[in-house]
Design a protein around this ligand. Structure first.
Ligand code: FAD
Ligand code: SF4
Length: 553
């Protein structure tokens, strides 16, 4: 099975006459912008590089995901010349498992955890003296966060004492805590840590014409039931509202007018080797945190030899990720892992004050004087091998397999944490002059390393995790910390937001300083990363961009 088999080759991929808005990219950012603007009566075209995956294939894709013979990048067909990249920086960056190209974008693959940033995230410089403040505050995004939660269909509870202020309950009730959450809750109480529900963009009951979660447990990388939100919903809604969506049309470059003040057209390629120009009054660049800067850099011209919207020289710079810290092992109790494919409990207690100690009923988390960034703790539901994975990679069958399954399953438990990385200009996406993609364009080169503050925060996350796991009586068998950490697949910071055109790429409305009709709804506009998964903030920013565009068209 491949997306090619589902190709509607007869689809007309020639450009529309000049439209109101051309949206580039059909992930959550592009989908939400397109839907809101089409719904308000604007003429919208969406150009998406990847295919439209057939929903009827989801069960087969799930099977592909759980069979060990297939790599993580195969489920959504991320590989080959189209997706070449290089990582000449200090750390390898696994780009092709960190994104998906297709209608729905990376939400086809995502986990679906959706929390709001904290007020503190917008004020890192004022509060901690590091990085920069955002040019907008939590209050500016607050109404859009609520709209984004309704749009995505977030299941959540109001039990998080550390969450920023909100106006009403989440649209859907939270998922029940898992069995191991209850074990963790006891241990956390003993060491003074409060646990609470996770807001999830998956249906705890039917919502928005999609079914409730039926517990396949393969949410990442594919939910066959449709209970997990993917941006396919908003792309379809945009089409129902009159938008035109073209898949398999990678945009090669944006072209500006002779004055260099406005974007005139998005030039895209079709599989027959042709190039076409889609003209529009306004453009929304929604290709994600890596391809947004790449496309701007590819759009260099005589007038803009360093790339479009790049008078600051900052396009591609300040690339940020969330880093993973984790710890796990075994316990002499049944932990029932892998029954639930997503996370149901977290603790944000150490988010605003990561060095704070905690006093419990029997023990405590020691305080720390280190200079630290935000961190959040996650209680995993998929520690240790799942019986299905073990069976599929075993060399025995039937009764001979049973002892192996019984021995490997039942008593694993683990915690995770996300840590925000500081924005540093040297971490960046550039064009690799040596390697080209299937259209002859230089591929993204990723320069990435981790600063000492982030490493200290990872060590702090490990310290808290160890305290909790020891209180639970876990025999700790593995740790992911400062020296072996990895990315959470959240691309941020590469077209940063600000009021000063010399130190930012887009203004507080996410319109580029240099071109008056180009908006960039994306985590590429984030000034700092926080430590919360980014997509709810991306969705809130996208809805705000749509309102801004609507008022100007
Ligand atoms: C494994 C995994 C788990 C994740 N889990 C979570 C989570 O739990 N919570 C969370 O908040 N986030 C999570 N994320 C991140 C989340 O998926 C992204 O933040 C989100 O999808 C970004 O949305 P976007 O619309 O900006 O970009 P994308 O979703 O990346 O969409 C961009 C689209 O643009 C298209 N495009 C790119 N270049 C071009 C071009 N030149 N021309 C035309 N189209 C182009 C791409 O094909 C793609 O479809 C996860 C990501 C991964 C990979
Ligand atoms: S557990 Fe729920 S959200 Fe995850 S794959 Fe299954 S049905 Fe989808």
């Amino acid at each position: 099975m491949s997306a090619d088999e589902t190709e509607e080759s007869e689809q007309d991929r020639t450009p529309s006459d000049r439209v109101d808005v051309c949206v580039v990219g059909a992930g959550p950012a592009g989908g939400l912008v397109a839907h809101r603007l089409a719904d308000r009566g604007h003429d919208v075209v969406v150009l998406e590089a990847g295919p439209r995956f057939d929903p009827a294939d989801r069960l087969e894709r799930m099977e592909r995901a759980i069979r060990p013979i297939h790599g993580d990048d195969e489920v959504w067909e991320m590989s080959g010349p189209r997706d070449e990249f290089t990582t000449p920086g200090e750390l390898f960056y696994p780009l092709n498992v960190a994104r998906v190209k297709g209608v729905g974008g990376s939400t086809l693959h995502w986990q679906g955890m959706v929390m709001r940033l904290h007020e503190s995230d917008f004020e890192r410089r004022s509060r901690d003296g590091v990085a920069d403040d955002w040019p907008i505050a939590y209050g500016d995004l607050r109404p859009y966060y609520a709209e984004a939660e309704s749009a995505l269909g977030v299941a959540g509870a109001s039990d998080n004492p550390f969450a920023p202020p909100r106006e009403e309950p989440h649209p859907l009730p939270a998922f029940e805590p898992s069995h191991s959450d209850s074990l963790f809750a006891e241990a956390c109480e003993r060491v003074g840590v409060t646990t609470h529900a996770v807001p999830n963009a998956r249906n705890s009951e039917p919502y928005d014409d999609r079914s409730a979660c039926v517990g396949y447990g393969t949410c990442k990388p594919v939910c066959p039931s449709g209970a997990k939100y993917t941006a396919e919903s908003h792309v379809e809604k945009a089409e129902e509202a009159g938008a035109r969506v073209l898949d398999r049309v990678p945009v090669q470059r944006l072209e500006h007018d002779s004055a260099g003040e406005r974007v005139e057209a998005a030039v895209y390629a079709t599989s027959d080797g042709e190039e076409h120009r889609q003209e529009a009054r306004a453009f929304a660049l929604a290709c994600g945190g890596v391809e947004n800067p790449r496309l701007l850099l590819l759009s260099e011209s005589e007038q803009y030899p360093d790339g479009l919207a790049n008078s600051s020289g900052l396009v591609g710079r300040h690339f940020m990720e969330h880093l993973f810290a984790g710890m796990g092992g075994t316990l002499e109790r049944r932990t029932r892992q892998n029954h639930v494919g997503f996370i149901t409990s977290e603790s944000h207690q150490f988010y605003d004050d990561p060095g704070a100690g905690a006093e419990g009923t029997e023990s405590s988390v020691p305080p720390s004087d280190d200079d630290l960034g935000p961190l959040k703790l996650e209680f995993l539901n998929y520690a240790g091998p799942s019986p299905v994975e073990t069976a599929l990679s075993a060399e025995t069958w039937g009764d001979d397999l049973l002892p192996q399954l019984r021995e490997g399953y039942g008593n694993h438990v683990a915690m995770g944490a996300l840590v925000g990385q500081l924005p540093r200009a040297e971490n960046r996406i550039t064009l690799d002059p040596e390697t080209t993609d299937d259209h002859g364009n230089p591929v993204p080169a990723i320069y990435w390393r981790i600063d000492d503050r982030t490493k200290r925060t990872l060590a702090r996350a490990n310290e808290i995790q160890r305290t909790i796991l020891e209180s639970l009586g876990v025999d700790i068998e593995w740790t992911v910390g400062p020296d072996n950490t990895g990315p959470a697949y959240h691309h941020m910071g590469t077209t940063r937001m600000g009021t000063d055109p010399e130190s930012s790429v887009v203004d507080p409305q996410l319109r580029t300083h240099d071109l008056s009709n180009l908006w960039i709804p994306s985590s590429s506009a984030f000034v700092t990363s926080g430590a919360m998964n980014p997509t709810l903030t991306i969705a809130a920013l996208a809805l705000r961009v749509a309102d801004d565009l609507d008022s100007r068209l």
